[in-house]
Design a protein around this ligand. Structure first.
Ligand code: ADP
Ligand code: ASP
Ligand code: MG
Length: 456
């Protein structure tokens, strides 16, 4: 379809000044129908989580925090001249008139919800999703009214009418086929728009409750829409000039990556590059839709293009890292060498919902090392100590060893496939910096070399 999908993240929606830039971007590129996916204003999702936690613990300080959120949204509306104050009340257009009322309605609902959490002293995952959805549901009316005030022809859609999920609150799984159909029908049912605007991050389960797609999930919403309508491209407008060779908060010299493959982007994002929420790439890859990552504030810059076949090949495209990793080591040839042992280990971990992020096994089959995030460590220990108790008691397996305080650094690049020397160079560099390598993993795709080191 002749459409582009544009996603604006929290940093692009943080204040009235940023919203002015967003409108300028859209006005400068008129003549192309666009779907705009909005996140919450910068920091609002975190604020809502904090408010919910405090309210459910009986801490009254959640009230001034809600008042501050209210003030922040209304101030932006006032600053942009789209709030319904006394001067405007007599002559506003229909759309601008509706904005403060709608915002006020959302804020009233939010207050009522938090009062409820305060009274019952409880915050379930389901209520948390309901609560955090207000970030996006307050941002969209604001952005939409602002774009209308700029003369753009805007259509609004509640993302929950399109994004169907299961009931895993906090990180719900999207039902791709029904979602795809609803989006296609929804978009084509009314093409009288320049901008179709909707919320990122939120969805709805079959029981009709609001769900969320995981932190950073607005990227994923945009990619689901782009893929469903076979858009020309999905563009992520953010606060960095593109995908960089490393996290710019860690590496000052990080450089922009002009182009990369879907597979390289997936590897980088899976291993910590927060710039794109990792499930985002798959729907785009399935439909061959290019992803462009660029800064909202430098709209001329080319940014990063993620495509099927990049024109340039790079041995190493970039690095990413994940902190808060623990290694679990199982040792003892009598158990580990037996057929079916690994399958037992992974079934035990799956039962406890533990996600294994890295696996290495020595070729002597004497030890098996698993990397898990610290958040999963307790469950992993419980699962393995219970499930392998007999092996440990019979000394077929040594007591399980745990190492914490670790990070994974991933070296990613499609050009490493069948090229020798990259790991050699990496280990040389680490040795020069006196960094001890605790574990290494390389998948057979050879696109990613993962190295476990002490976090410090
Ligand atoms: P948005 O709100 O637009 O989704 P995010 O804050 O989620 O933006 O993601 C952008 C941020 O990701 C950047 O500000 C940057 O600090 C961080 N980041 C981490 N790794 C990278 C990387 N390799 N390239 C670019 N940005 C990165
Ligand atoms: N507002 C949500 C979050 O902060 C979703 C997003 O920004 O993509 O996680
Ligand atoms: Mg994000």
């Amino acid at each position: 379809m002749d459409l582009e999908v544009l996603k604006f993240g929290g940093s692009s929606l943080a204040s009235a000044d940023e919203l002015r830039k967003v409108a300028n971007v859209l006005l400068a590129r008129r003549g192309q129908r666009r779907v705009v996916v909005c996140s919450a204003m910068g920091g609002v999702t975190n604020d809502l989580i904090n408010i919910g936690l405090r309210a459910s613990r009986g801490d009254e300080s959640f009230r001034p925090s809600i008042a501050a959120l209210e003030e922040r949204h209304l101030n932006v509306a006032r600053d942009l001249g789209i709030a319904q104050d006394d001067d405007r009340a007599n002559s506003p257009s229909k759309e601008t008139e509706a904005l403060p009322d709608e915002l006020q309605t959302r804020l009233n609902e939010l207050k009522a919800l938090c009062d409820g959490l305060f009274l019952i002293g409880e915050l379930s995952a389901k209520s948390m999703d309901q609560l955090v959805s207000y970030g996006e549901r307050m941002a969209v009316p604001l952005v939409s009214a602002w774009l209308k005030a700029n003369g753009l022809n805007v259509r609004r859609v509640d993302a929950r009418d399109w994004i169907c999920t299961d009931q895993q609150y906090g990180a719900a799984e999207v039902q791709r086929e029904s979602t795809r159909q609803l989006i296609r029908q929804g978009v084509t049912s009314d093409l009288q728009f320049e901008i179709l605007i909707t919320e990122g991050f939120i969805g709805k389960c079959a029981q009709g409750h609001t769900t969320t797609l995981g932190r950073g999930g607005s990227d994923y919403t945009a990619s689901l829409i782009a893929s469903a309508v076979e858009a020309k491209c999905m563009e992520k407008s953010t606060d960095v000039p593109g995908m960089l060779t490393s996290d710019p908060r860690i590496v000052d010299e990080a450089m922009i990556i002009p182009e990369m493959s879907y597979e390289e982007a997936m590897e980088l994002c899976h291993f910590g590059a927060k710039v794109i929420y990792h499930p985002t790439i798959q729907p785009l890859r399935d439909s061959g839709i290019p992803l462009i990552v660029r800064s909202t504030f430098e709209s001329d810059a080319r940014g990063t293009h993620v495509v099927k076949d990049p024109k340039t090949k790079a041995l190493v495209r970039g690095l990413s890292s994940v902190n808060n990793i623990s290694l679990i080591t199982l040792e003892g040839g009598q158990s580990i060498g037996r057929p079916g042992f690994s399958s037992r280990v992974f079934s035990l971990l799956a039962e406890y919902n533990v996600n294994v992020v890295l696996i290495t096994q020595s070729s002597s089959e004497h030890s098996l090392t698993l990397g898990v995030s610290n958040a999963d460590l307790e469950a992993a220990q419980l699962a393995l100590n219970q499930g392998l108790e007999a092996d440990i008691l019979l000394s077929r397996l040594a007591p399980i060893r745990i190492d914490t305080g670790l990070s994974i650094v991933a070296i990613v690049g499609g050009g490493m496939v069948s090229t020798s020397g990259v790991s050699g160079k990496a280990f040389q560099a680490l040795a020069t910096a006196h960094v001890n390598v605790r574990a290494i993993a390389q998948g057979s795709t050879e696109r990613n070399i993962s190295i476990v080191v002490k976090t410090e």
